[in-house]
Design a protein around this ligand. Structure first.
Ligand SMILES: [Zn+2]
Length: 465
């Protein structure tokens, strides 16, 4: 998932820029340029665009360029609009104020047509209308698709389930879990006018397998009696994580997680049992493993402000599992299975660095995050899931703000990269809400609960890194 690992990038520059400015070096040619990336969330005025809370103040000297597959094209200030993915190079002039010398718009993100593929997170309400060619609505991939007489449909359930046994196809009537390929054009109402929809089979059972067929089991350390999570390859213990001792916190997270499991989990060809474990780890992060095991760090529970934020994070992680992102990533980016051996871990040792361990077993993305399209997909589906469960989806970008602000003032961090940052994630979520739910009214939606507050009390102060 990775809310945390690369988040530091966007704000370190802030702290650096401030100290440089104070030292009187601002504008000096030797000062290296800072970068800022994200989706434009608003236009504040004629010369200013926003990415979440950051103001990008353009002047006549700012160079604006659009980039697509054919190359670079000059753009005007007036061309900049909310929703565009940009990268700015320039200087921080103040907290939340950035002066871009050069601003590059990724024009490929602005294509009129959206296409993709996803496993249905929930049962389509209009399934029979879709099959019979009538006007209908379909929720897929975090979008609302509007089908009409012009939509090209390949929607044949028996064809999509061909070769599957009765047990494979779940209850037999469920389409949740089936794959849908789609394309469409976004309209002002937030819906996509569907050009094509095609129903395909659910993911293969093996797609939910853990690398090395690792078993993940709850156990007790024989010496200390500490509750641990063990990663076992056959009889061999490959690593352990320390579980948080507070039962009530574990139970609260499991209970919330169970209440958020999408219908799509019932339609998988390998039964998925989602399990939620709170592990002692100060990093603000959570991770999901291909088999439905979710790891929620104590640092994350310490940092979040309300139940809506946790509901979003759990939904995001479950989306990674149900969309078989590990398998997709292996197929699309690496072409082969990785992590053939697990090396270098003393069997009884506690896993000190979850990222390193996941890398060793070939699923570094569990902790470090997937490629951007997959993170975006998990975010879209998570937004839809929390909205369905009555939560305020605006808490999703607010969670990104917590990370941006927390890591922003950390001058000790050396991390600077072009990797996905929380600013990109937070601004994506904001844009997604604006586009998909132009009429969204969330003021009455759930944000917090007494049980969340009770969990925070039981958790007490935790180390956050
Ligand atoms: Zn993720």
């Amino acid at each position: 998932m990775a809310f945390a690992p690369f988040v530091r990038s966007s704000r370190i520059c802030l702290a650096l820029a401030c100290s440089i400015a104070l030292a009187g070096f601002r504008g000096n040619a030797a000062v290296s340029k800072m970068k800022l990336s994200g989706y434009l969330t608003a236009r504040a005025d004629a010369n200013t665009v926003m990415i979440l809370d950051d103001r990008l103040e353009l002047t006549a000297a700012s160079k604006i360029i659009g980039k697509d597959d054919s190359g670079e094209h000059p753009l005007e200030l007036a061309d900049l609009a909310p929703g565009m993915l940009i990268e700015a190079e320039g200087q921080w002039v103040d907290r939340h104020r950035f002066f871009p010398e050069r601003l590059t718009v990724d024009l490929r993100q602005n294509e009129r047509k959206i296409h993709g593929s996803a496993y249905l997170q929930e049962e389509p309400q209009d399934a029979s209308k879709i099959a019979s060619g009538e006007a209908s609505l379909l929720k897929v991939d975090g979008y609302w698709l509007a089908l009409d007489s012009r939509t090209k449909r390949a929607w044949n359930v028996s064809k999509a389930s061909a070769g599957m046994t009765a047990r494979d196809s779940g209850a037999g009537t469920l389409l949740a879990g089936y794959r849908v390929k789609y394309s469409g054009s976004p309209g002002a109402d937030g819906r996509l006018a569907a050009e094509e929809v095609e129903l395909g089979p659910p993911a293969a059972a093996d797609d939910y397998k853990m690398p090395h067929n690792l078993d993940i089991v709850r156990a007790k350390d024989p010496q200390t009696g500490t509750e641990v999570l063990e990663f076992r390859e056959g009889k061999k213990l490959q690593g352990r994580m320390k579980l948080l001792a507070e039962r009530t916190v574990q139970e609260y997270v499991s209970h919330l997680g169970d209440s958020l499991i999408p219908e799509g989990a019932k339609g998988t060809r390998r039964p998925i049992e989602f399990r939620f474990f709170v592990v002692e780890d100060p990093e603000i992060n959570a991770a999901s493993l291909p088999d439905g095991t979710l790891l929620i760090n104590t640092g994350l529970l310490g940092a979040i402000e309300n139940e809506a934020q946790l509901a979003f994070i759990l939904s995001h992680e479950m989306a990674h599992v149900l969309q078989v992102h590990y398998r997709r990533e292996v197929e699309e980016t690496r072409g082969s299975r990785v992590g053939l051996t697990i090396a270098g871990l003393a069997a009884s040792a506690f896993i000190g660095n979850a990222g390193m361990f996941m890398a060793q077993i070939g699923i570094a993305s569990a902790v470090n995050g997937h490629q951007r399209e997959l993170e975006n997909q998990a975010d879209r589906l998570a937004l839809q899931n929390v909205i369905e469960h009555g939560y305020d989806p605006r808490e999703a970008p607010n969670f990104s703000r917590i990370i941006v602000n927390r890591y922003g003032n950390r001058t000790t961090s050396k991390l600077w990269s072009n990797h996905d940052s929380s600013l990109i994630r937070g601004s994506f979520l904001t844009v997604q809400l604006m586009r998909e739910y132009p009429d969204g009214h969330w003021d009455g939606a759930m944000k917090n609960t007494p049980s969340f507050q009770a969990m925070k009390d039981d958790l007490g102060p935790v180390k956050i890194m």
